[in-house]
Design a protein around this ligand. Structure first.
Ligand code: MIG
Length: 829
């Protein structure tokens, strides 16, 4: 039976009219009440009970802001550092639609409901609000619904468990919250975790854009969960204030996002070494034993960590003098062995008159209060002290004067020689509230506009790490600070590295750590790592070794353990595994020059060091969901073994030409491979054209000076690589004292040319041998400039300072003295 066309049309129109109300109970959709007004950078719309502005903040970033009432409140952000003045913008206003356009982004705004669509310069649709819903109001909450096309992938949202693609797989999608939470033993289903980054990157057909919701209130993201083709986000208070960020590549989105929220500062080089931690190494004799344990076994390491038990009754800024009678001596003795000391500082000084941080904090009004003005007291570690247990008070890190005060309290630790600070429990975690954190009505300064914990909770940890970072900068002006934090927020990459908290010693946690770390990287946090070996519980020897082998590729590489467990150091799993573990850490140290160069790049571009494949291959559909492999920079692909008892590793190589890093076997990409593996295997692949910068064996990062610089070159028609070096610890690089060197390769049928440019910058690299390893082919002849390079006698290598030979493994190895000069090698096939 056929219905009459007119009736069908009426039914269709009716359905359209009724649908929004039906589908959106409890929410009121905003519509413009009159023509928009011009404001700097864009347009302002007035709706029933709310205002909405759409403004360009840079050619590639448009800001959409919605507030209740007749006008916006204070324009303030803990995340955004560089909002440029509104840039060149074209504005058109119409009766039903208006437009705000930059040279990169065109935003069309429908007036009723207020809903936008975003196109790039070529007119391609990037993003679109649900045209029937747009922005909704309900109680204190504000919400926005966007369309989520079937083929869109969603990455980022900070520190999240589960799949790399936040669209999710199970249950049709993900509902993810931003609310810093202490979650010991988290697993793939745990949400939220400690860090809140309300930023995502959407990728569709190889074209990316980003959305950053700049709200510190609790927010939620429904990524295709309640409806597979919708992405909705909601804030529980304050404004709905978000930025649309142009690509078109995912890397450009991340560069723009981190231009807005800041980038990781270059860390000291030692912080890229291996860190050994445990809850807790006490007394000091045990710390010395651990240090000696590394050196005796020749296992490289750079830092030893002191967890809460080094303190007197868990009071920050104190030492337990029975267990640590002379901390200064301990720290300097460790330093003489090449170890830095990092200590924990939690945000909960004990309420104890006579304890200086409590007294000065109280006098300075530095602690958060209840609504009646009394200082809030809660139970955290000091309540478990053996002597005089008691409650804690909580610094208000949202008050600038409090951040300064807290920073100054570290003077003693800095004088003791402590090299870095570890901020834990800063969600903040509280033992005696049902929520596990501060009550929502606790008062905060909020940088001069008093507010409550609902608004500050998510930035509390970041602001603590900011106070710590800024304090270290003041106390030790010449040295780069090292801070590790558990909780943070968008922009927190400016202050501290992040570790993923209390994971578990099981295989699922090892596998889950990869997408978690890659998601953090996409979200602006380049300096990240997970507890190697797993924090809760005891790993098998095999799991520990596999975790270490994967951990080599984490920018922050630290092994840690819960209290009360057997020894978990790299040598605690028997002789065979000690050997395997040493080899893994040695590879990490060998790669330090490469890693440091990538970290320097990250400090300027915001691009992560540990990358999901999709960042390098955004147009390759098969790369989109790969989460058990990673890219270290753009040239190395690691496929760590993540399965118990594995005898082979199935892996995917993206399109292009590849080499097995170990054997230089040439492999065609765009396919899945199966590679046999043993316990020793660390499957690693180099893109054709890769330059891999390495150093010889060391016991700690301080031993590198004067060591040979080793460069592995994998042939390609044309490629380049960049090596970055500096003194590794000071800020002199900001005044030109660095050495940045470009390596350029071009190959034709007859052979390859490898040009090493003279270093740019004023830092003089130490005189050293330069070892160039030509991988994947053995030439007949090699020239240095115009002259043929002599063959070296591998048995008496020092006879010929410059020359080449073929190593026993069959690698053509060129040895040259290096003083940072330019040089050119030509090979003849
Ligand atoms: O309530 O300081 O995530 O790394 O060892 C536990 C003791 C407190 C939690 C941290 C963990 C640390 C532990 N801390």
């Amino acid at each position: 039976m056929r219905s009459r066309p007119a009736a069908a049309a009426v039914a269709f129109v009716l359905a359209l009219l009724l649908a929004p109300a039906d589908a959106w109970p409890g929410w009121r959709t905003l519509s413009a009440r009159r023509a928009p007004e011009r404001v700097p950078g864009g347009l302002l719309f007035r709706a029933e009970g709310a205002v909405v502005s759409v403004t360009a903040v840079s050619p590639g970033i448009v800001r959409v802001r919605c507030a209740r009432g007749e006008a916006f409140g204070r324009d303030h952000s803990y995340a955004v550092v560089a909002a440029d003045p509104p840039s060149a913008v074209a504005v058109e206003t119409g009766t039903t639609r208006s437009r705000v356009a930059t040279p990169t982004l065109g935003v069309e705004i429908g007036h009723a409901p207020l809903a936008i669509s975003v196109r790039d310069a070529s007119g391609r649709l990037l993003d679109e609000d649900d045209p029937a819903r747009g922005i909704g109001l309900a109680g204190e909450a504000l919400r926005l619904d966007k369309r989520l096309p079937e083929d869109t992938h969603v990455y980022g949202l900070g520190e999240k468990a589960g799949p790399l693609d936040k669209r999710g797989r199970r249950f049709g999608g993900s509902a993810l919250a931003m609310w810093a939470t202490d979650v010991p033993g988290h697993d793939a289903a745990t949400d939220p975790l400690y860090v809140s980054v309300p930023f995502y990157l959407a990728l569709r057909g190889g074209v990316a854009h980003g959305v950053f919701l700049d709200s510190s209130f609790r927010s939620s993201f429904d990524v295709g969960k309640s409806s597979p083709n919708r992405l909705a986000f909601e804030v529980e208070g304050g404004e709905l204030d978000y930025y649309l960020i142009a690509g078109p590549s995912p890397k450009q989105v991340i560069e723009r996002y981190t231009a807005l929220t800041g980038r990781m500062p270059l860390p000291p080089r030692w912080a890229l070494g291996f860190h050994q931690c445990r809850w807790s190494y006490v007394p000091e004799a045990r710390v010395r034993e651990i240090a000696a344990g590394f050196r005796r076994r020749g296992i490289p390491a750079d830092a030893l960590w002191l967890d809460i038990d080094y303190q007197d009754g868990f009071k920050p800024f104190t030492w337990d003098r029975e267990q640590f009678p002379d901390p200064e001596r301990l720290v300097s003795d460790l330093r003489a062995l090449g170890f830095r000391t990092v200590v924990i500082l939690d945000p909960h000084p004990k309420k104890e008159p006579g304890y200086a941080p409590y007294d000065s904090g109280l006098a300075g009004g530095h602690f958060v209060t209840r609504p009646d003005g009394s200082v809030y007291e809660g139970s955290v570690w000091p309540v478990n002290a053996k002597r005089d247990p008691g409650p804690s008070v909580f610094p208000d890190f949202s008050r600038p004067a409090t951040r300064d005060w807290w920073g100054g309290l570290m003077a003693g630790l800095v004088r003791t020689g402590v090299a870095g600070i570890w901020n834990d429990m800063n969600e903040p975690a509280v033992f005696d509230t049902p929520s596990g954190t501060l009550p929502l009505d606790v008062r905060h300064d909020n940088e001069g506009q008093p507010s409550d914990h609902r608004e500050i909770h998510n930035v509390y940890g970041m602001l603590m790490s900011r106070a710590t970072h800024e304090g270290l900068r003041r106390l030790r002006p010449g040295g780069r600070p090292f801070v590790l934090t558990r909780a943070s927020f968008a922009g927190g990459q400016r202050y501290a590295a992040v570790w993923t908290g209390d994971n578990t010693a099981d295989w699922a946690s090892l596998r889950g750590s990869l997408p978690m770390l890659m998601g953090l990287g996409v979200s602006g946090f380049a300096f990240v790592g997970a507890d190697i070996g797993g924090f809760m519980g005891m790993p098998s020897a095999e799991l520990y070794t596999r975790w270490l082998q994967a951990g080599i590729f984490s920018p922050f590489m630290r092994a840690h353990s819960h209290t009360g467990l057997p020894d978990k150091e790299p040598w605690a799993f028997g002789e065979r595994h000690t050997h395997l573990n040493r080899r893994a850490i040695e590879l990490r140290y060998a790669l330090l020059p490469h890693l440091y160069s990538l970290m320097e790049e990250a400090s300027r571009s915001g691009l992560p060091v540990l990358r999901p494949l999709v960042l390098e291959f955004p147009s390759d559909p098969a790369s989109a969901a790969v989460e058990d492999e990673l890219m270290l920079g753009s040239d190395l692909l690691a496929a760590p073994v993540l399965v118990e008892g594995a005898t082979e590793r199935e892996l995917y190589l993206p399109p292009g030409e590849w080499f097995d890093f170990w054997t230089a076997e040439q492999l065609a990409g765009g396919v899945k491979l199966r590679r046999p593996v043993t316990l020793e295997s660390i499957p690693l692949f180099a893109r054709a054209g890769a330059f891999v910068f390495r150093q010889g064996p060391v016991q700690h990062s301080g031993e590198a000076a004067g060591q040979p610089l080793i460069v592995d070159v994998f042939p390609a028609a044309r490629s380049e690589g960049v090596l970055y070096e500096d003194d590794g610890s000071s800020f002199d690089y900001q005044r030109g004292s660095f050495a940045r060197r470009r390596f350029v390769q071009s190959c034709v049928a007859a052979g390859c040319t490898i040009e090493v440019e003279a270093a740019a910058g004023a830092y003089a690299t130490p005189a050293r041998p330069l070892l160039v390893r030509l991988r994947g082919e053995t030439p007949r002849r090699i020239r240095l400039g115009a002259d043929e390079l002599p063959r070296r006698d591998a048995r008496q290598p020092d006879r010929e300072p410059a020359g080449w030979n073929v190593t026993p493994e069959g690698v053509a190895l060129v040895t040259l003295p290096d003083r940072g000069q330019a040089l050119a090698l030509r090979t003849e096939r």
